[in-house]
Design a protein around this ligand. Structure first.
Ligand SMILES: [Zn+2]
Length: 277
């Protein structure tokens, strides 16, 4: 799944590659998939995207917004898989769920592995979509200050009991993070995934905040995670510290064997010594 850094990288690459191109033909793919959320029929999508010009894209959390001017915004959200640019003469993927062919014969395809939204809105309506409308401040935005995070944690601990992994990956409390980047954030903060957020002292809150900001920035600067690909099909340059390759291997900090456990709908990799419960 793309997480916030990968979407930020894709948005930047789309701006330097696709902006200004004119759509010749848009389609919603060749491979019906029940977990792709569309809001248009194929005919409608083709009709509304024809002759439109690609504007400046932006990213928020795991959502990518691409204006098709005049009047429309393409919304790609919560996707895993591939978003690819193909130069003139490039090969079409066997399966794809969205394609924009441009007048210069280059094209853009999106293929999802699990699920994802691929929706076309009248300009302005995209901001009202569920999950976008109520999205909290993301760690890539200037508003994600320590004061903001401190208040957010205060709010979270008022409700039901929540663990550090729950804070990072559930209910979009910190939008844009997913199970992959969360592993490295928890390792850098030296916090066990099951550690209760309510038990963190002021220093640990600060360390967790710094780990969120620092990890998001570093993964973005390196072009995303190395197990995801960018607009040109190249893997990102960030190798996770805590992933399936780390399980059983020595912790990079202390040498203790890294452990794996299933928790909150995904695998966690952690150092039982650095991240003692
Ligand atoms: Zn360790």
């Amino acid at each position: 799944m793309f997480e916030l850094p990968e979407i930020a990288v894709l948005s930047k690459q789309i701006n330097s590659t696709l902006t200004g191109k004119i759509v010749r033909a848009g389609s919603l793919g060749n491979s019906p998939h029940k977990f792709v959320w569309y809001n248009r029929s194929d005919e409608e999508f083709a009709g509304l995207t024809a002759e439109k010009r690609v504007g400046e894209s932006w990213a928020r959390g795991r959502w990518l917004f691409t204006p098709l001017e005049p009047g429309y915004v393409l919304l790609l959200g919560e996707c895993g898989g591939k978003m690819l640019y193909h130069a003139q003469g490039g090969e079409m993927p066997k399966k794809y769920h969205l394609c924009l062919h441009f007048q210069d014969d280059s094209f853009f395809t999106v293929t999802t592995q699990m699920w994802g939204a691929m929706e076309l809105y009248e300009e302005g309506q995209e901001r009202l979509r569920e999950y976008v409308r109520d999205m909290r401040t993301t760690p890539a935005e200037p508003g994600f200050s320590y004061d903001y995070f401190d208040r957010l944690v205060d709010e979270v601990v008022q409700g039901e009991k929540r663990s550090v992994k729950g804070l990072l990956t559930q209910d979009q409390i910190v939008p844009g993070l997913g199970n992959a980047i969360a592993q490295d954030i928890m390792f850098r903060a030296r916090l066990h995934p099951k550690r209760a957020v309510g038990d963190l002292n002021a220093e640990q809150r600060r360390t967790l905040y710094d780990a969120i900001r620092g990890t998001v920035e570093e993964v973005t600067e390196r072009g995303g995670r190395c197990d995801e690909t960018d607009l040109f099909g190249n893997p990102g340059g960030y190798a996770r510290l805590m992933d399936k390759n780390a399980a059983g291997a020595p912790c990079p900090e202390c040498g203790t064997a890294v452990e794996k456990m299933q928790y909150l709908g995904g695998a966690c990799y952690f150092c039982p010594s650095c991240q003692a419960p």
